[in-house]
Design a protein around this ligand. Structure first.
Ligand code: ASP
Ligand code: MG
Length: 428
């Protein structure tokens, strides 16, 4: 039994869906649970729709129509018979959104977000499943909300593991007792005990696949990507990159934690706990070997890896009453960050100062800063980049810091991190 995860890029248009079917054809006789994300940039579009709805923005209709058009176009190319039942199924999903946005929002932003944004995964999985069935690959569609149960922390649902594992056995597990073939389900979404939809955080489909792999006791999990595996840098920033052929769970967690976007940081733990190997492979060239992630390996430290986080905000805090930065006020400061759900990407302290680097999130930071300003003097530096080098040396440091003004620098045995301003960039 294996779990596959296909992300948004792998189902971004009709051609891409055909390619997924081509890959899955090779596994039609095996027991494969396939987790699929929303198509292309659908989640971003649904986020904009939720925001327009919540802010009474006039662009709501335009955004919604565009998303429907995008899905209709893909449907038209994949299902030539206009009376195919898939048209109705997808239409019904969009009608649900229509109903949701017809009335004024009653729940919190995060609640409404999850009810609306989750439609993306429901639509993509229905489309992929129907296409497979029409093209000789038998598949069964599962609603993951019957399986992955969470608390009601909307947009960041915490998984109830016991219930989820039990449900995994009773649904997909049962199915595989009697059948081979493909089980298709959604990434990213879950469900509360009151049957409200939750989401697990952006890019959470990898995590969903990890949860299901754990529950099903899979022999292997594969994340199919548009890159040949885990690379030592994002090709967005570097012209030439190297593939990491074999790394340990520990190294993968480190890389994901510092911001490598190939794998969602929560994905590894469930896999490691059951020693389930993780493969990262290319859906564009699926015969080539990707990256293997499993128990310890000596290959970890061979290739330096670079992780870039852009648009960082450096917040420097100093107690107004001139007291030292000690355990007491650190606890206080951490509490405020946690309350506003702002992740500290890097921190550093001195006698009177605590500096923290965060993603510059216009939704979250204003509230955070307002609360911090009550007891602390606050200085801000924006437009920064945070670069992490795993397995650094002087050459790699020189490479990333050249022409940059370094505001914060941190080194441990294997990791060097720099918060920097590009000197070529104008002040913002
Ligand atoms: N569709 C969701 C997102 O774009 C989840 C995922 O793709 O992993 O964040
Ligand atoms: Mg992804």
């Amino acid at each position: 039994m294996r779990v596959f995860k296909f992300g948004g890029a792998s189902v971004k248009d009709s051609e891409a869906v055909r390619n997924v079917a081509k890959i899955l054809k090779n596994f039609a006789d095996e027991k494969i649970c396939v987790v699929v994300s929303a198509m292309g940039k659908t989640t971003n579009a649904l986020e904009r729709i939720t925001k327009c709805y919540y802010d009474n923005d006039e662009n709501l209709n335009k955004e919604f129509e565009e998303l429907k058009r995008f899905h209709k176009e893909i449907l038209g190319e994949l299902f030539p018979e206009s009376d195919h039942s898939i048209y109705n199924e997808i239409n019904n999903l969009f009608v649900e959104v229509e109903w949701a946005i017809e009335d004024a929002a009653t729940g919190t932003y995060d609640f409404e977000y999850d009810q609306i944004v989750s439609i993306g995964e429901l639509a993509s999985t229905k489309i992929v499943s129907a296409y497979l069935n029409d093209n000789g690959v038998k598949s069964k569609w599962f609603d993951v909300r019957d399986i992955i149960k969470t608390d009601n922390t909307y947009r960041e649902g915490n998984v109830y593991w016991d219930e989820t594992i039990l449900n995994t056995h009773n649904t997909i597990g049962k199915h595989f007792e009697n059948n081979s073939g493909i089980a298709i389900t959604q990434g990213f979404i879950g469900c509360t005990s009151e049957n409200f939809t939750t989401t697990l955080g952006r890019e959470g489909s990898d995590y969903s696949a990890g949860i299901l792999a754990y529950g099903l006791g899979a022999t292997e999990m594969t994340i199919w990507k548009d890159v040949p595996g885990m690379l030592n840098a994002d090709p967005k920033w570097f012209d030439s990159t190297e593939k990491l052929n074999h790394i340990s769970y520990r190294e993968a967690i480190e890389l994901a934690y510092y911001g490598a976007t190939v794998i969602h940081p929560k994905t590894i733990k469930p896999l490691q706990n059951k020693s389930i190997p993780l493969l990262v492979k290319s859906f564009l060239d699926y015969t080539t070997e990707g990256t293997l992630i499993d128990e310890e390996t000596t290959e970890d430290s061979l290739i330096p890896s670079f992780i870039f986080k852009m648009d960082q905000l450096l917040i420097s805090l100093s107690p107004k009453d001139f007291s030292f930065i000690v355990e007491g006020n650190m606890q206080d400061i951490f509490g405020v960050f946690s309350k506003h759900k702002v992740t500290m990407n890097l921190m550093q302290n001195s006698a009177l100062n605590l500096s923290v680097t965060v993603d510059n999130d216009e939704q979250k930071t204003p509230g955070l800063l307002e609360e911090l300003k009550k007891d602390y003097k606050v200085w801000l530096n924006n437009g920064l980049e945070l670069v992490t080098i795993r397995h650094y040396n002087s050459k790699t440091i020189e490479r990333v810091t050249k022409g940059k003004d370094i505001l914060v620098e941190q080194k441990s045995r294997h990791t060097a991190r720099f918060v920097m301003k590009d000197l070529g960039k104008a002040e913002v």
